[in-house]
Design a protein around this ligand. Sequence first.
Ligand SMILES: [Zn+2]
Length: 48
Amino acid sequence: MKKRLTCPCGEYLRGTDEDDLVEKVRHHLGERHPDHDYSRDEILFMAY
Ligand SMILES: [Zn+2]
């Protein structure tokens, strides 16, 4: 299961599971990258 993602801006994001990670990434995108909107599949594709 993928639970980690490093944003291109350098921010390291980590969730307790895939759902939690997606939620955290979306929150980060909304705060720091409001012009970027990724789907769940795209987020999980970048996760590891
Ligand atoms: Zn970022």
